[in-house]
Design a protein around this ligand. Structure first.
Ligand SMILES: [Zn+2]
Length: 120
């Protein structure tokens, strides 16, 4: 990939990262000890039984959302690290080049097409 395209990709990944971190910040707080890890806050609705049930449901929902966002955030962080190390587009498993069309469709892909098939 050309340097210019990489810079563009890096920019859009950082933008997405900022968005995700903002979303995560709304449902939880950053774990200062682990990079890219967030702890979901338990919402406070009140002391009543109904309010508490609502809080539990919300908490479960946020936990699922947080897991998805965190997964994406980690993908982005990994990809950014690879760009920094000049390692972008190399399959994590077999070290061959990841196919261009695949990277275009999924810029954070860590595996080439054949390795991704095996992993599934
Ligand atoms: Zn591979």
């Amino acid at each position: 990939m050309e340097q210019k395209q990489l810079e563009q990709l890096k920019k859009s990944l950082i933008e997405e990262k900022n968005r995700i971190e903002k979303d995560l910040g709304e449902i939880g707080q950053k774990n200062p000890k682990v990079e890219g890890n967030f702890d979901v806050r338990f919402p406070h609705y009140g002391q009543g039984k109904d309010e508490n049930a609502q809080g539990v449901a919300e908490f479960e929902k946020n936990k699922a959302l947080e897991a998805n966002l965190e997964k994406r955030l980690n993908e982005i962080n990994e990809t950014l690290k690879k760009i920094e190390k000049d390692d972008y587009g190399v399959c994590q498993n077999c070290s061959s080049k990841i196919e261009g069309p695949r990277l275009k469709a999924m810029p954070t892909a860590a595996l080439c097409v054949s390795c991704a098939k095996i992993q599934k």
